[in-house]
Design a binder for this molecule. Structure first.
Ligand code: TZP
Ligand code: MG
Length: 208
């Protein structure tokens, strides 16, 4: 499938420094984020669905697709464009059946995952994490730039890099072979989320 996205915001209200969640996301989109994933680990199912619906309405105004983290049934309920699953979530082949038309993302934590049928079913692969991050600590492999380059040689799937990506390392991550960069804190915790997104976009352009 066509994957034109370059800057992917993964949400975490806890990282928004007490500011309004929807304001932060809207600023991010105005600054150049072109794909958003709702990833709110502390919400129960009902609150997660409610927030996903509100977020999808906001993003519709900008023509930016919403991806739902982990909770596959919520995606059709809130009109999301797709889902993102990791190693410990619903397997991608099952998620594909639940959402035949949507965008399906799958995080790669081990190199062996690259060659399983789940990766083949995904529309993009998350390289998770590129660098160790305080935002998610239960991670396995720190891929580094070498890891991205190695994966790049083995697949033509779009690669989304995540983990401690910021305006300073963004260019190098793209040059190593990533197609798109996903961030939490570099935007959610930035003093000015719109400016942070603009700077990331510029760094990405320099790496292409
Ligand atoms: N998956 C792998 S690393 C990560 C996720 C959700 C968190 C990335 O957060 P940050 O703040 O951009 O390092
Ligand atoms: Mg997950």
């Amino acid at each position: 499938m066509l994957f034109p996205y370059k800057l992917y915001l993964v949400t975490d209200e806890g990282a928004c420094l007490g500011r309004n969640f929807f304001w932060v996301v809207e600023q991010a989109v105005q600054g150049g984020v072109d794909l958003v994933q709702i990833r709110e680990k502390s919400l129960d199912s009902e609150a997660f669905l409610e927030k996903s619906l509100r977020l999808r309405e906001l993003l519709d105004r900008y023509g930016v697709p919403l991806i739902v983290n982990d909770n596959v049934p919520v995606a059709p309920q809130c009109g999301a464009a797709g889902v993102h699953v990791g190693n410990s979530d619903m397997p991608p082949l099952t998620a594909r059946t639940a959402m035949p038309q949507g965008i399906l993302g799958y995080s790669i934590e081990y190199e062996a995952q690259l060659h399983n049928p789940h990766s083949a079913a995904a529309d993009y692969l998350g390289i998770s994490p590129v660098f160790a991050t305080h935002t998610k600590t239960d991670t396995v492999t720190e891929w580094g730039l070498e890891g991205i380059a190695r994966i790049r040689q083995q697949t033509t799937k779009p690669l989304v890099a995540i983990g401690s990506i910021n305006e300073h390392n963004a260019r190098a991550v793209i040059k190593a072979g990533a197609d798109c960069l996903a961030v939490v804190s570099a935007i959610c915790s930035a003093p000015q989320p719109a400016t942070a997104a603009e700077r990331l976009r510029n760094a990405i352009e320099q790496g292409i």
